[in-house]
Structures are given as structure tokens and as C-alpha cells.
Design a protein around this ligand. Structure first.
Ligand code: ADP
Ligand code: ASP
Ligand code: MG
Length: 475
């Protein structure tokens, strides 16, 4: 089999974790599989790199030097534990040192300019994955694996939307197919950088925070992998975020559609775009635990399984604001919603959820807190004439709200689901501010006050747990 395996930040975050990674890959290779590995930066390193940019912008030289040292120590300590002293270790330490020097040079340049462009920020954060891939490949080689660190920027070609770049699919497919596939087929284990790509100009781009899952899925799709395994720090996709409710249970099977909704609405375990590249080829995706490799994890595939239970998982997105556009003059006037959403896009914000009242006199939508003010201003500018005529009121912003989502393929064609969800909310005194149903019909999302998150999530999670209890286990 050809397997693409992605190891997240915690999975490469310490010497012990990297030891587990090497063992997992060694076992797969010994079993006769071709393996391509994708790695994230060591846990915390992407944040440190971003903080170094902030320090540089402020001219805080000691700030970025200190971060540079912390990043160096993190890698060096792990390497000292993992590899014996000698030429190979010196060689990899030398490579990391060269990157850290470049990082410092870039920070110096930013501190002189007093500002950082998205392009230079991408160049800086890319060092996280570039360092971890070299380190992991060196340890694998030391343990006898035929491993080679490779930069994904050679293969994943993107547009130049820095910090949130989109792959250019045809070029990416071509590069992976012609240049990477032969490497994998020759028995080499490539250790690829997650998260990063390159624009046509050659400038490094990144795919958005948590984007290594997406990178791995792109590689799996164009390497024609038989399986994609996302190795992380939990046993699989769970009924809710275990940090929100400790009773969370692993779901043995989830469909692509269900996991797409879960990820979009806050389940950090997978990047929202992860399933996109593999859906068409129906490549099975597994989520497994690097620290508990005996656990079979969660299998994610095309088939939807109607378990007879309508709520399988609950998620939540915090730090969002709900914006309401309303006015007596809106009734029957076409185009107001369209213009509002275009203005939102111009403000650089993505809409997480939309809902409209049947009276057509108002609709509301949610964006992340940081963008709310900019969106309000842009929309008010767009609707200035209507606001002046008092057909539309000024845009109302309600902050400190959250989106709670329930997911389950079984809710499709089953009446009464929304009724049940909202009567549970009512019985628990949770005020529901707006409601929307996902187009795939396997999710219902609603907005509540941030304070109501624990009650809302836990009471709905009761239902997901009941359902999980009744599900057959499946490896
Ligand atoms: P990685 O560094 O491996 O990419 P992440 O931290 O991005 O790992 O994602 C794993 C984390 O996602 C888990 O530690 C868990 O706290 C969180 N999480 C949120 N929702 C869920 C869920 N429904 N199932 C499993 N994990 C979840
Ligand atoms: N290292 C990147 C991040 O922290 C990408 C990833 O881990 O998936 O966002
Ligand atoms: Mg992640």
C-alpha cells in the first residue's frame, strides 16, 4: 500500500514523540508499505515565529533574539536526545543553525522597516516546518530508514494569497505526480513540510493555521495513496472537544460530509479543507494517536452511516460576532444580502453562518470578532444610500457570542431534530440568537451567548454520548 502519514505539532514536539513517529513509520515500511510523511512544526514553534515578527515590528530586538534562542533550544535539545554525537548530528545542527540565522536576519530587516508584509510573515513561519522536517528526516536516517527531507514549496503551487493560500490544482497535481511520486516509488520516505507551498513567483506561501492536514491530503490525493493517516494527540475524532467535555468519546466512523461540518465549525482535530482533495478519489482517512498507536482511531470515508441517532458530535466556535442587517424598507428589495456579503468579503472576512428571518426584514451573519468592526464599516458604506433613506438601519454588532453546531448524517430527512435541539436549549435557559442549517443537511448551527457555551455543549453532548454508546465498534 501507499500511505501518506501526517504528524502534527505535538507528535513532533519532543524527543519522545519523535521516537514514536520513527517507530510508526518503521513499522509501516517493514510491513512493505510505501510511506510519505508530512510534518508540522514542533508544537509552539509557529506561534513563537509569529511572536518574533510582532517583536521585530515593535523594534524589540531582544524579544526576537530570545524567541530565536528558544526555537534553537527546542530543536537542539531534541536532537541531542535522539542522535549520538558525530558528523550526522553536526550536519543537521548546522542546517538548523543556517535557518535560524536567516530567521534572525529577516527579523532585523522587519525591525528596520517597522512593518511586516504577509509575504515576509510566510517566509518566517515556514522555518517551523522546514526545521522539523529536516530534524525528523535526520533521526529517521539515523535509525536506518531511507528518509529525505523535502520542502513542499517544490510541489504545492498556490495563488499569492499569503497566509491563506489556495493551491493551483493542476500545477500541483503535475508536480507531485512527476517529481514526488518517483521518489516514493523508489522506496525513499520523503519527510515533507506541512503548511507551506509556493506562489508561481517562487515566494513561500502558507495554507492557513492548522494547514498541515490540508497539505497531507493534497499529497495523498496526487500520490494516489491508498490511505491518509493524520497522527495527532487524541485517539480520533470525538463526540466533542475533550477540552470542552471530558466525557468525549472517539467515533469509530465518520463520513467526509460529517467531518467537513465538524472541522468547519470548530473541531480543531482536522483543518476544514482536509477532506477536499481526497473526496473524489474516496481515499480513506484515519485519525490516530501518535501516543497510543494501538488504538484504531477514527475512519473517515464516503459512505454515510445512518446510525438512527441524529446527533453524533457537538462543536463550538468562540470569539465570533453576530452582525444584523435590518430595516422596514428591506422587504422585497433584491440584492441587499448579496451586496452585504460582497462588502464582507471586501473587508477580508469569511462568513461562518447566515440566517434570515422569513419576514425578509432582517438577516444576520457571523464573522470572527477581529473582523467585526471592519465588516460593519464596509457594509454601512455599501448600504449608505439605503441607510440615509432609512430603509435599512445601521448594522448591529453583537460580540461575545459563539456558534454551537450539532452534526450527524442521520438528521437528514428526519423531522423534529431542530425542535428537539431547541427545546433542550429552552429547558436549560439558553437563549438562541439565530439558527442555520448546513447545506449538506447533516448539521444545525446556532448562535448563543459565550456564557451559555458549557450548558449548551454539555446538554447536546449528552445526546451524542447516548448515540456513541449505541454504535457498533468498527476498526
Ligand atoms: P495537531 O497538532 O496534531 O494538528 P491539533 O491540536 O491541531 O493537533 O488538533 C488536535 C486537538 O483537537 C485535540 O488535542 C483536541 O483537543 C482538539 N479537538 C477539538 N475538537 C475535537 C474533536 N471533536 N475530536 C477530537 N479532538 C478535538
Ligand atoms: N504549524 C502550523 C500551525 O501551527 C500548521 C499546522 O500545525 O498544521 O498552524
Ligand atoms: Mg492541527
Amino acid at each position: 500500500m501507499n500511505i501518506t502519514m501526517k504528524f502534527g505539532g505535538t507528535s513532533v514536539g519532543s524527543a519522545q514523540a519523535i521516537e514514536n513517529v520513527v517507530q510508526i513509520v518503521q513499522e509501516a515500511v517493514s510491513a512493505g508499505h510505501q510511506v510519505a510523511v508530512v510534518v508540522s512544526a514542533m508544537s509552539g514553534v509557529t506561534d513563537m515565529l509569529l511572536n518574533s515578527v510582532q517583536a521585530a515590528v515593535k523594534g524589540d530586538k531582544w524579544g526576537f533574539i530570545q524567541l530565536n534562542n528558544e526555537i534553537r533550544d527546542k530543536h537542539t535539545n531534541a536532537l541531542h536526545e535522539l542522535m549520538p554525537a558525530g558528523r550526522n548530528r553536526d550536519d543537521i545542527l548546522g542546517q538548523l543553525d543556517a535557518m535560524l540565522r536567516k530567521h534572525q536576519d529577516l527579523c532585523e530587516a522587519i525591525s528596520i522597516l517597522g512593518e511586516a508584509t504577509p509575504r515576509i510573515m510566510d517566509a518566517i513561519v515556514s522555518y517551523g516546518e522546514r526545521m522539523s522536517s529536516r530534524m525528523v528526516a535526520a533521526v529517521m536516517a539515523d535509525r536506518g530508514l531511507h528518509a529525505q527531507a523535502l520542502d513542499a514549496s517544490q510541489y504545492i503551487i498556490t495563488n499569492d494569497d499569503h497566509q491563506n493560500a489556495e493551491p493551483l490544482w493542476l500545477e500541483t497535481a503535475e508536480r507531485i505526480h512527476s517529481h514526488l511520486r518517483p521518489i516514493v516509488e523508489s522506496g525513499v520516505v520523503p519527510v515533507l513540510t506541512g503548511f507551506i507551498g509556493a506562489a508561481r513567483s517562487g515566494a513561500v506561501t502558507t495554507l492557513g493555521r492548522g494547514g498541515s492536514d490540508f497539505s497531507a491530503s493534497i499529497f495523498a490525493a496526487y500520490l494516489n495513496s491508498d490511505e491518509l493517516i493524520i497522527w495527532t494527540d487524541v485517539d480520533g475524532v470525538m463526540t466533542t472537544d475533550p477540552r470542552l467535555d471530558r466525557r468525549a468519546k472517539v467515533l469509530p466512523y465518520v463520513s467526509y460530509a460529517e467531518v467537513g461540518e465538524l472541522a468547519f465549525y470548530g473541531a480543531k482535530v482536522l483543518h476544514p479543507k482536509t477532506v477536499q482533495p481526497i473526496i473524489q478519489k474516496k481515499i480513506p482517512l484515519r485519525v490516530r494517536n501518535t501516543f497510543n498507536p494501538r488504538h484504531p482511531g477514527t475512519l473517515i470515508g464516503a459512505e454515510t452511516q445512518d446510525t438512527g441517532h441524529f446527533i453524533r458530535a457537538v462543536t463550538c466556535v468562540r470569539k465570533v460576532s453576530m452582525l444584523t442587517v435590518s430595516g422596514k424598507g428591506m422587504l422585497g428589495v433584491p440584492g441587499i444580502a448579496g451586496r452585504t456579503f460582497l462588502a464582507t468579503a471586501r473587508a477580508g472576512a469569511s462568513i461562518l453562518m447566515i440566517s434570515q428571518s422569513s419576514s425578509e426584514q432582517s438577516f444576520c451573519f457571523t464573522v470572527v470578532d477581529q473582523k467585526a468592526q471592519a465588516v460593519k464599516e464596509m457594509v454601512e458604506q455599501e448600504l449608505a444610500a439605503e441607510i440615509a433613506r432609512q430603509d435599512v438601519d445601521s448594522v448591529d454588532v453583537m460580540g461575545e457570542v459563539a456558534i454551537v453546531t450539532v452534526v450527524g448524517a442521520g438528521m437528514r430527512h428526519r423531522p423534529g431534530v431542530a425542535g428537539k435541539v431547541f427545546s433542550i436549549m429552552g429547558n436549560n435557559n439558553v437563549n438562541v440568537l439565530s439558527i442555520a442549517q448546513g447545506s449538506s443537511e447533516c448539521s444545525i448551527s446556532f448562535v448563543v451567548d459565550e456564557r451559555d457555551i458549557p450548558v449548551a455543549v454539555e446538554r447536546l453532548h449528552d445526546l451524542a454520548l447516548e448515540a456513541a454508546q449505541a454504535e457498533p465498534s468498527r476498526a
